[in-house]
Design a protein around this ligand. Structure first.
Ligand SMILES: [Mg+2]
Length: 257
């Protein structure tokens, strides 16, 4: 069946750190010209959707706000729909901004009713203490994602999963995960735009999030070797993407564009 929609992971697929992946800008332009609907879905909850649109545009990609989904946005929608009125403890400033923009009340004390663990480049022990105490006090425990690491130019850095694990270990509680591989945000996109899963391709660099979600949800998948996961891991994980590509540069050719 022909591919009509593509959902791109960003980090490790369209860019690595502050550098766009070679050929990616042209590839995305060709894909759009071919009439394929484009979405961006990142587990990164460090910034607002507006920030990511701006960043993609600064790299030279065409990008629109309504195409862009982040774990922070997923958290905002989830809290609004399922935990309305609850006061939420957040880690990063970007998560705070995204939630506030969507009308969610923030509480940075150990009395918060919901704790959202996510990547925080300004992590302090004090924040861990407050979140830990809120969770032990009965707060709902959410996680933006559990990515162990993320790629930068010089290699890898610890991801949100490292912060989630600190709270999991100390409280003995498990969070509900909002980002990939959980299908919550994907379902929002599918529902809002009426996409057919069989006509939708997920492009990602991480087997245990991007590709696992695609497999579990019945999407097609393309595994890009430009980011975190390595080709050898395909065998090990048993996750078989439809396509394995060095970079997204190969996608227009695969799709006959
Ligand atoms: Mg990635």
């Amino acid at each position: 069946m022909a591919i009509k929609n593509i959902i791109f992971d960003m980090d490790g697929v369209l860019h690595v750190g502050k550098t766009p992946v070679s050929g990616a800008i042209d590839a995305l332009a060709k894909i759009r010209k071919g009439g394929i609907k484009v979405f961006f879905l990142t587990n990164n909850g460090e910034h607002t959707r507006e920030f990511f649109v701006e960043r993609l545009r600064n790299f030279g990609f065409e990008a629109h706000l309504e195409e862009l989904y982040t774990s922070a946005y997923g958290v905002a929608i989830y809290v609004k729909e399922n935990l309305p009125g609850k006061r939420v403890f957040v880690f990063s400033e970007g998560m705070r901004k995204e939630l506030e923009k969507n009308g969610v009340e923030i509480d940075m004390s150990n009395k918060a009713e919901v704790v959202v663990a996510s990547l925080d480049m300004k992590l302090t022990y004090e924040k861990l203490v407050a979140a830990f105490q809120a969770i032990l006090g009965g707060a709902v425990f959410l996680a933006s994602n559990e990515d162990a690491s993320y790629p930068v130019e010089e290699g890898l850095k610890p991801g949100a999963g490292a912060i989630v694990a600190a709270l999991e270990k100390s409280t003995g509680r498990k969070p509900m995960v909002i980002g990939k591989p959980q299908p919550l945000i994907l379902d929002m996109i599918i529902k809002k735009y009426g996409l057919d899963k069989e006509e939708t391709l997920m492009v990602g660099d991480r087997l245990e999030t991007d590709i696992l979600m695609a497999k579990q949800e019945g999407l097609k998948s393309a595994f890009a070797l430009s980011g975190v996961s390595k080709k050898e891991e395909v065998e090990k994980t048993g996750l078989k993407p439809e396509y394995i590509i060095e970079t997204v540069d190969e996608l227009p050719g695969i799709l006959g564009l």
